[in-house]
Design a protein around this ligand. Structure first.
Ligand code: MLT
Ligand code: MN
Length: 309
């Protein structure tokens, strides 16, 4: 199975359009230690020919142009993209669907909750319903991905709920502390290549590590994990925002309850951060924080990173 990171940054990308934080300035100045990153998405293929996207970022047009594996190959209209699996309804994960207009056959997989969000926004009908199917996936039910013509992709996904929050733009303050969030709002995926049995976990958002979750991912070959913030109050501390990571549905990389500590003794062979916010110092190749996570056995994903399992 091939995994290509199309985008490694969190919502807004790195640098974010209106961000003048020192991290963003370094990326704009083409500092070699601060390469820019587009918004989070990966592409997965068992054959190396047909690909499924995991989330569709607003940068998808650029990501397709930057990755020749996703270029059309046959005839006048073609795409190696067979489908898209959505892990939540964040802008950074669904807005890219609009790039996939109009009459290209595709399968979109999401929880019913996220499919309802798409259905409520008629702009998504630019993906011609005659060609693009929308198929519900169910928590803890394995699903074999198919190409639009029904042939198998030899990839099996199993979605499962992770602690999280409804997308920012769908928050309902009248519904209390969790803004009306339900289990189907934030999922992660176990992704298996059915031809060689290899598998990995994709978890670009996670608000908290639970006993159940750590038991599930223990011993995994590979995990892509939420790397949004270094510390919970980073955006407040750096003067660029008013929200904590917790408030946004992301656990931090550092700290007692952070990802480094939570995934430390789980025997996971390869651990990679993805969905990294523009303020996070692990973006910088020469930062103390980058050294710290690398010493702890973690990697930071970057656009174009490829992994073979
Ligand atoms: C998030 O991951 O918390 C969201 O993508 C934030 C946003 O919508 O900007
Ligand atoms: Mn996001």
């Amino acid at each position: 199975m091939r995994i290509r990171v199309l985008g490694a940054a969190a919502g807004g990308g790195y640098p974010q359009w209106n961000c003048n934080h020192p991290n963003s300035r370094r990326a704009r100045q083409s500092d070699p230690a601060a390469p820019p990153r587009t918004q989070s998405s990966i592409a997965v293929s068992a054959s190396g020919k047909d690909w499924c996207l995991f989330n569709a970022s607003p940068d998808l047009r650029q990501q397709i142009n930057d990755n020749d594996i996703l270029h059309p190959e046959k005839g006048l209209r073609h795409s190696p993209i067979m489908g898209v699996v959505l892990t939540n309804a964040d802008v950074d994960h669904v807005a890219g669907l609009l790039n996939l207009r109009e009459s290209q056959p595709l399968r979109i997989h999401a929880t019913q909750r996220v499919l309802d969000v798409l259905a409520a926004n008629s702009i998504f009908n630019v993906l011609n319903p005659a060609f693009v199917s929308r198929e519900p996936m169910h928590l803890d039910k394995p699903l074999e991905l198919l190409k639009p013509d029904g042939d198998p992709m030899n990839i099996r996904i199993t979605p499962f709920a992770v602690p999280g929050k409804v997308a920012l733009w769908l928050e309902d303050e009248s519904k209390g502390d969790n803004f009306g969030s339900v289990d189907e709002d934030t999922i992660a995926l176990h992704v298996e290549d059915t031809s060689n049995g290899k598998s990995f976990y994709y978890m670009p958002a996670c608000a908290k590590m639970t006993t159940e979750l750590s038991a599930r991912i223990a011993g995994a070959e590979l995990i892509f994990f939420d790397g949004t913030l270094w510390v919970d109050d980073e955006m407040i501390r750096d003067g660029v925002g008013v929200k904590t990571g917790r408030r946004m549905g992301h656990l931090s990389v550092s700290g007692e309850d952070g990802a480094l500590a939570a995934l430390k003794n789980l025997g996971i062979k390869r651990k990679i951060f993805i969905h990294i916010n523009t303020t996070n110092p692990i973006l910088l190749q020469n930062s103390e924080e980058r050294k710290l996570i690398e010493d702890a056995g973690w990697e930071v994903s970057h656009d174009g990173m490829e992994i073979e399992l």
